[in-house]
Ligand binder design. Structure first.
Ligand SMILES: [Zn+2]
Length: 272
């Protein structure tokens, strides 16, 4: 359990239904939607500089009205709703929240935006007393972004599903891809030391660069396992055949997700 803030006196992750301050400018509301893909549930982040009137809501979560009512109550006036990527556990509640809060929705994918233009890589959003830097980090999905914040001597990056609070991220079909994901991890590994990870799922972590380097090492180990399997099975082996070798000691219920991952790795190895 890694709590990076000095103001986290309202409990630790997971804290359902209770706004949990993590940094002076970032509070999380954990949606009660745990499952195999969301870990403990979706983290909805509320960003606001100390003393600022307005709030930015990042990833409202599913269309879960008790959760969205709690988000509204904790947020106060909402300047904007930002989306890290198009998966429904992050974005499905956005239209409802936008209407109730009278706030625009911004995402990298124009189709998700409401009354506002799409986010652009490198754009800096001056909102809620903060400067939010948009980093396009494709890989988990093509439209994944992170948001970097430096304020009051503290820095943090909201990572969506690009980096999670525990475990590793899936390269999700149809638009996830390993090559861009490795590039995104290298970008995040280059962030200054001590930048907190504020993830889409799981607990917050103290050092993004360190976690990104661990992810890169893990991916390289997995690629080496696939290369070894292909040397046994032949270069045209299917994803399923590779799973049966590489994941032989893993419960078969996890093989479908493993097959996504292996397919992404085979695509990568066969095109680079
Ligand atoms: Zn996702």
């Amino acid at each position: 359990m890694a709590i990076v803030g000095t103001v986290s006196d309202s409990g630790a992750h997971p804290a359902y239904g209770v706004p949990r301050p993590v940094l002076p400018f970032a509070t999380v509301l954990l949606e009660d939607n745990p499952n195999a893909m969301t870990l403990d549930g979706t983290n909805t982040w509320l960003l606001r500089a100390p003393g600022a009137a307005g709030c930015v809501v990042v990833d409202p979560g599913e269309e879960d009205l008790p959760h969205l009512e709690r988000v509204l109550a904790a947020a106060g006036p909402v300047e904007a709703i930002l989306i890290t990527h198009h998966h429904p556990d992050h974005v499905a509640g956005a239209p409802w929240l936008a209407e109730r809060a009278g706030a625009p929705v911004r995402a990298f994918d124009p189709a998700l935006c409401v009354d506002a233009p799409p986010l652009a890589d490198g754009e800096v959003l001056a909102m809620a007393g903060l400067d939010l830097e948009v980093l396009h980090t494709p890989g988990h999905t093509a439209d994944s972004i992170c948001l970097a914040i430096d304020h009051g001597g503290r820095s943090a990056v909201l990572t969506g599903d690009t980096v999670l609070g525990r475990g590793t991220t899936v390269i999700a079909p149809p638009d996830g891809a390993l090559g861009p994901y490795l590039d995104s991890l290298r970008l995040l590994a280059g962030r200054p030391p001590g930048s907190a990870v504020l993830p889409g799922h799981g607990p917050d972590l103290p050092d993004l660069a360190g976690v990104a380097r661990q992810y890169l090492t893990h991916r390289e180990q997995r690629l080496n396992q696939i290369r070894t399997a292909l040397s046994q099975l032949g270069p045209d082996a299917t994803a399923r055949q590779v799973v049966e070798v590489v994941y032989a000691d893993v419960d078969e219920s996890l093989w479908p997700a493993a097959e996504w991952s292996v397919r992404a790795q085979l695509d990568y190895l066969r095109t680079t």
